[in-house]
Design a protein around this ligand. Structure first.
Ligand code: ARG
Length: 460
């Protein structure tokens, strides 16, 4: 040992650092089951192809199950020396069955092995995310059913615009999450491709039956180009990209929940079980779940930046850079799943303050467009009607009244087309009911949309 910490011993330390630096075991140990399943299929295929004897295959298959148990019981020790999960499993297999373990890696490279493992992992997790998204859509529909006729102000520029049904607003998120589901369903097709048999990059000289391996692993198709197979991470980029869009939806939803639960809006009350307090201000009840989901959007979008930057400019075929794909992928899967599940639990625990929402919809001239529409019905061109209604709003504003609080005589000063029926015309109920084009907020339309969605989940 020398005086300075890095003097003399530095070369030895550097070796250890490189070992630590290049090791991925801390992250890719999550792939152990996928790796073992992939090896099992590879072994069975090799036995069928007489590349190994049935006896050898049985020994190795048994051994792999023992390794699986060792990992699951926490018995297997991980070390940076063995780099990654693939080498750990192979080495553990050697400890269990002896030198025959060395036959496992015939016709295979870690390059096609890791591509396979990640695809097995992502197929399962995409399906899990899709299932969670369905559950979320279901609670959204149930909530829309529960509050089907609650009226609230609809906003543009976060300024009160026109009255809408709360259920209509909520169903907008149903549409977003439905599209998210469809995006995952679509990328799943491209994840569901079996790369094993591509070996390092050029394929292999051994008589592998890739079709059999595919069948054993339950993939839909075999990859067509060995160089693409070992270097393709499109399916990872696609998943994280879809996840980012989904998280953007959550961040928008969260922002609304945060706003609506503030005393300024007071549109909703989130159950105590889904809020937290302040360590100094006794009155506080904070919408932390919504805030954290909003914040976690940053992680997932960050993961998207990471993966697309990792892949940028990589020459064919495999490059070690690609080892960096797993952290962003696993983090995205875990974060997205957690956000979907917590929302699914939280939504039924939100109480709607229907009177506050209704009051808000009746203040702020949300019926100004309808006054213009009224004049159009009576024969005035829309541009002129818009201006007439605008003048009426300006007058009402100056007197701190709403349009429907003006007298008929006052309204008539803006246009003598205005008659007694204007007051019913400007009522919330009528404003909602008149919005009948497909996809609009009328009771009938929203009722139909909710019913159609409810059918998907066998609700009512
Ligand atoms: N741990 C590696 C990864 O995740 C496995 C493939 C290693 N291949 C290699 N040629 N070093 O990408």
């Amino acid at each position: 040992m020398t005086q300075k910490p890095w003097d003399g011993r530095f070369s030895l330390n550097t070796d250890k650092m490189v070992e630590k630096f290049t090791s991925s075991i801390d992250v890719d140990k999550a792939l152990y089951a996928c790796d073992i399943d992939g090896s099992i299929a590879h072994l069975k295929m090799m036995a069928t192809q007489s590349m190994i004897t049935q006896d050898e295959a049985d020994t190795l298959l048994n051994g792999l199950e023992k390794v699986r148990k060792k990992i699951e019981s926490g018995e297997l020790e991980y070390s940076d020396t063995l780099e990654d999960i693939h080498m750990h499993i192979e080495s553990a297999l050697g400890d269990v069955v002896g030198t025959v373990a060395r036959k496992l890696h015939t016709g295979r490279s870690r390059n096609d092995q890791v591509a396979l493992d990640v695809r097995i992992y992502l197929k399962a997790h995409t399906q899990a995310v899709m299932n969670s998204l369905l559950e979320l859509q279901k609670v959204i529909v149930e909530t829309a059913q529960k509050y089907i006729d609650v009226v609230m102000p609809g906003y543009t520029h976060l300024q009160r615009a026109q009255p809408v049904l709360f259920s209509h607003h909520l169903m907008a998120y149903y549409e977003m999450f439905k599209r998210d589901y469809e995006r995952f369903e679509d990328s799943l097709k491209r994840t569901d491709v079996m790369p094993l048999g591509s070996a390092a990059l050029a394929g292999t000289t051994f008589p592998l039956n890739r079709e059999l391996t595919r069948e054993l692993l339950g993939f839909s198709k075999v990859s067509d180009n060995s160089m693409d197979s070992v270097s393709d991470r499109d399916f990872v980029m696609e998943f994280i990209s879809h996840a980012s869009i989904c998280m953007i939806h959550f961040s928008r939803f969260s922002e609304e929940l945060v706003l609506w639960s503030s005393s300024e809006f007071a549109f909703i009350t989130i159950s105590d079980a889904f809020t937290t307090g302040s360590s100094i201000m006794p009155q506080k009840k904070n919408p932390d779940v919504a805030e954290l989901v909003r914040g976690k959007t940053g992680r997932v979008v960050g993961n998207l930046m990471a993966i697309i930057t990792i892949m940028k400019s990589l020459p064919l075929a495999y490059n070690r850079d690609m080892q960096e794909d797993k952290e962003p992928l696993f983090d995205t899967v875990n974060t997205l799943k957690a956000c979907i599940d917590i929302y699914t639990r939280m939504i039924p625990n939100i109480e709607i303050q229907r009177q506050t929402m209704l009051n808000a919809a009746q203040k702020g001239y949300l019926n100004a467009t309808d006054l213009a529409d009224y004049l159009v019905v009576k024969g005035m061109p829309f541009r002129e009607a818009h201006s007439v209604s605008g003048r009426a709003v300006a007058f009402a504003l100056s007197d701190v009244r709403e349009l429907h609080e003006l007298t008929l005589e006052e309204l008539k000063t803006f246009s003598d087309l205005i008659e007694e029926d204007i007051f019913e015309f400007l009522s919330i109920d009528k404003m909602i009911s008149r919005r009948v084009t497909h996809g609009s907020t009328s009771y009938e339309n929203v009722g139909r949309a909710v019913k159609k969605a409810a059918k998907r989940f066998d609700l009512r």
